[in-house]
Ligand binder design. Structure first.
Ligand code: C5P
Length: 323
């Protein structure tokens, strides 16, 4: 079935939702923790690139979860999210989902996590039983470290595994270029390679420079992504792409997450247009024009998607603190 053809008609409650990608405006890995995860300091930011998910819920006596996606992605988090959500609200019925994948995978853009968060947000609403915010975050954490961020959107500091979040004020919608070189970086492998090097710089130094970044992103405090050292060593072409973005005029150019996508943020939209036009014909990997999506726009997007089913005064939740 074509994405966009709509979920088949019936007594279902349905919606089309956009699951946005993220970039990390800063990412410091401090140390490996006893639970095997790494302690992070990061700044997440939602961007305009998005997957599209059609989702329908039809009440019934039995629960079934069906997903159609053009790529047949194995172990799709969307299915796990739907299972967790229906169990948590005790709803029974047929869940039909269709995923149109637009966000490159294995690129550090959080596409799978965003898809999962979109299901946690939308499915309980369609089933008429919105999840309580603390529960939604708990399920998000079970699904993956980045999932809770997508319940919030906009710009936020992530600490701990990356799932403890502190929303930052909305920033002006800046434009940028995203380059997705088609290299699949495994996140667990990237952490494994980075881990032995974490003793070379004191966590306190990293925390101080991270704090300067968070305090004033427009400042000259250098942004950093600790994964660049290991990922650029393995894929030299990514280091060259970063240099090209800076030469093209990007004020910030960096790997996102554990890569392999890189983003460049520019001072004005004309520079973005010029860069994309110049690079398009020259055998460059996938190029995307992106803009930063702030929390107000993120919330408005959810209101548009689920308008008839929600109370805008209280949904989506503004905070996901654990109870
Ligand atoms: O949480 P998520 O399932 O997305 O993480 C994937 C893998 O990335 C983990 O199994 C772990 O190896 C690594 N990871 C980590 N520290 C984090 C987040 C992820 O070591 N803060």
């Amino acid at each position: 079935m074509r994405p966009g053809a709509g979920v088949p008609a019936g007594p279902a409650r349905r919606a089309r939702v956009r699951a946005l990608a993220k970039i990390n405006l800063d990412l410091r890995v401090l140390a490996k923790r006893p639970d095997g995860y790494h302690e992070l300091r990061t700044i997440f930011q939602t961007i305009s690139l998005a997957d599209i998910i059609d989702i329908a819920f039809t009440p019934g006596r039995k629960t079934s979860i069906e997903l159609e996606d053009e790529l047949n992605i194995p172990d799709n988090l969307v299915v796990s999210a739907a299972r967790l959500a229906t169990e948590a609200i005790g709803a029974r019925g047929r869940v039909e989902m269709r995923l149109a994948k637009r966000i490159p995978m294995g690129a550090g853009l959080g596409g799978g996590s965003s898809d999962a968060a979109a299901i946690l947000l939308a499915l309980p609403v369609l089933a008429g039983r919105p999840l309580e915010a603390g529960k939604m975050r708990e399920l998000g954490e079970q699904l993956g470290s980045d999932v809770p961020f997508f319940l919030l959107g906009g710009r936020a500091v992530g600490i701990g595994r990356g799932s403890e979040l502190f929303p930052l004020p909305d920033a002006p919608a800046r434009a940028g270029v995203l380059v997705a070189p088609g290299i699949h970086v495994s996140t667990p492998d990237a952490y494994r390679h980075l881990s032995p090097r974490l003793t070379s710089e004191s966590p306190q130094n990293k925390i101080s420079s991270f704090q300067s970044q968070t305090w004033d992103l427009a400042s000259e405090a250098p942004a950093a992504n600790d994964f660049e050292s290991v990922v650029f060593e393995q894929h030299g072409e990514l280091a060259l792409l970063k240099k090209r973005l800076i030469r093209a005029g990007a004020s910030t150019a960096m790997l996102t997450g554990s890569g392999s996508a890189l983003f460049g943020l520019f001072r004005n939209r004309d520079e973005v247009t010029r860069t994309i036009e110049e690079w398009k014909g020259s055998g460059m990997p996938d190029l995307y024009r992106i803009s930063l999506v702030n929390r107000a726009r993120y919330r408005a997007m959810w209101w548009r998607a689920l308008g008839p089913y929600i109370d805008r005064r209280v949904w989506p939740p503004r905070s996901y603190n654990l109870q």
